[in-house]
Design a protein around this ligand. Structure first.
Ligand SMILES: *[C@@H]1O[C@H](CO)[C@@H](O)[C@H](O)[C@H]1NC(C)=O
Ligand SMILES: *[C@@H]1O[C@H](CO)[C@@H](O)[C@H](O)[C@H]1NC(C)=O
Ligand SMILES: *[C@@H]1O[C@H](CO)[C@@H](O)[C@H](O)[C@H]1NC(C)=O
Length: 466
């Protein structure tokens, strides 16, 4: 990769030591429901919150077996020790051998109680949850399973993408939304729709559509489903579509930046503009998306992809943006090694911080994927996919992630409305970044502000990403 090195670790460590303790811990529902103000996420009192997150799709599955619940507790314990405050996980398992929904409208109570446990534990560990409601791909069912259910019931459907248009399948999906969103947690007694531990609902993991490459089918589906989720939820939680960020052929789209320059069936701008969609998402896998390309080509892709989406989000959406998946494939037969993977983490996390620290729309992310050692709970090794990060045994990755969490947390608690008004004003070269009165003394606030600005301009000068 040609991206220049990360800023002196010393500056980051100073920031962590000096300000780590002062950073407000606002996680897992304690600050109330997460909302949106312009391009920022906010909690109680309109104060900003930034997300240092991870993916762990397997949480419900493990928690459904009381003997393996220790895995969920260990994952949250290890994550919160590194300041992680967001977990993205599956609130679906459609059909198959370990279903949440075994057939349309029929639910496995043990699996649901697993999800109840996950939510209760997330709250206890100060971690918000991004809950995903089905899959574009076949893992854990997804759109093909929904279509199969309809076909089994005598409807003339065959293609997976019938998912987006069939009224029967859409009614199955809506029933699933209702079952999950209105579920009353058996551990806490709180209905999911009222639980501030849930940060947001995600309609689908990585919607794509071959049947309509330019994005119309997914567009119509999101326009129908996002407001539906809002309605069932009482409008309390945020909703997002689950997109990877591929561009379509609508206005303000940049298809030439898509991997291989092809369509994937979604529009980044138009779909994130749909009513009911509160924030935007992208995923980031330069190595697999551009399989066979050189490290330099992947680095160029990373820069263009990130810069373009940050720009489009600020200019055309005015909503927050999260990188809800990013990862680098470690594979002894030819993928990256850990040094390269850690470098990738550095670059992605620095890009997030560079935007967040300047009031930009890219305000957090979630790496793919957090796993545990097989010693914690047998069977974890089966979940390895080449992307796993095991914090307890990978001290370098754990410290990169931990430092990033502290940097982001130091930005929490700003007055989002003031931030928005400031950004609307024509740029004057040296605007003061001021932090809200979050209980810190003025004496502490000033150097913290200066140091944060130092780090962010350092990153800006050295990475030239934005
Ligand atoms: C099923 O749908 C296909 C394509 O939409 C159509 O060609 C076929 O005639 C239909 N079959 C029946 C039995 O309706
Ligand atoms: C990425 O951006 C550079 C210039 O910044 C440009 O030369 C290159 O063609 C872009 N790559 C793609 C895939 O558009
Ligand atoms: C990782 O791969 C890079 C690039 O091929 C190489 O320069 C480096 O020595 C490798 N590091 C380790 C620890 O294997």
């Amino acid at each position: 990769m040609t991206v220049r090195p990360r800023p002196g670790a010393a500056a980051i460590i100073i920031a962590a030591v000096v300000f780590g303790a002062a950073a407000a811990a606002a996680g897992g529902g304690d600050g109330g429901m997460v909302g949106v103000d312009g391009t920022q996420f906010v909690v109680e009192g309109g104060r900003t919150i930034y997300f240092s997150g991870f993916n762990a799709y397997w949480l419900m599955m493990m928690a459904s077996d009381p003997a393996r619940r220790a895995a969920v507790v260990a994952a949250f314990t290890q994550a919160s020790a590194r300041g992680l405050n967001l977990a993205r996980t599956w609130a679906f398992s459609d059909g198959g051998d370990q279903p949440l929904q075994s057939s349309p409208g029929v639910y496995d109570e043990a699996m649901f109680q697993g999800l109840d446990f996950v939510i209760a534990e997330a709250r206890r560990h100060g971690i918000y949850l991004l809950l995903c409601l089905t899959n574009n791909f076949d893992d854990f069912g997804g759109k093909r399973q929904y279509v199969r259910w309809a076909a089994d019931a005598g409807h003339n459907l065959t293609a997976g993408d019938d998912f987006f248009t069939s009224s029967v399948v859409k009614s199955y999906y809506k029933n699933h939304v209702k079952a999950v969103v209105t579920r009353v947690n058996t551990v806490t007694g709180v209905a999911y729709k009222d639980d501030p531990t849930i940060f947001a609902w995600e309609l689908m993991n990585e919607p794509r559509c071959d049947a309509d490459p330019t994005g119309g089918m997914v567009q119509a589906w999101v326009e129908e489903m996002a407001p539906y989720v809002k309605r069932v939820d009482g409008g309390r939680h945020l909703v997002t579509a689950g997109l990877e960020g591929f561009y379509g052929d609508g206005e303000h789209e940049s298809k030439e930046l898509n991997p291989w320059g092809i369509y994937y069936g979604t529009n980044y701008v138009a779909t994130h503009r749909a009513a009911g969609v509160d924030f935007a998402t992208i995923h980031l896998y330069p190595d697999v998306w551009l399989w066979g390309s050189t490290a330099d080509e992947q680095a160029a892709f990373f820069r263009n992809w990130t810069r373009s989406h940050v720009h489009a989000t600020a200019a055309f959406l005015g909503k927050p943006l999260l990188v809800t998946e990013y990862g680098k494939f470690l594979w002894k037969g030819g993928g990256a090694n850990k040094t390269q993977r850690n470098y990738f983490l550095d670059v992605v996390l620095d890009a997030i911080y560079a935007s967040a620290s300047r009031g930009g729309p890219l305000v957090g992310g979630a790496f793919w994927q957090l796993l545990l050692d097989d010693d914690v709970v047998a069977g974890m090794d089966d979940l390895r996919d080449g992307y796993e990060i095991i914090l307890a045994e990978d001290s370098r990755a754990a410290s990169i992630i931990g430092e990033h969490s502290e940097q982001l947390a130091s930005l929490n608690g700003q007055d989002a409305e003031a931030l928005r008004r400031r950004r609307r004003r024509p740029a004057s070269s040296h605007q003061k970044t001021r932090f809200g009165s979050g209980g810190d003394s003025d004496a502490l606030r000033l150097p913290r502000t200066l140091l944060i600005r130092f780090i962010s301009s350092f990153i800006q000068d050295n990475f030239v990403l934005f």
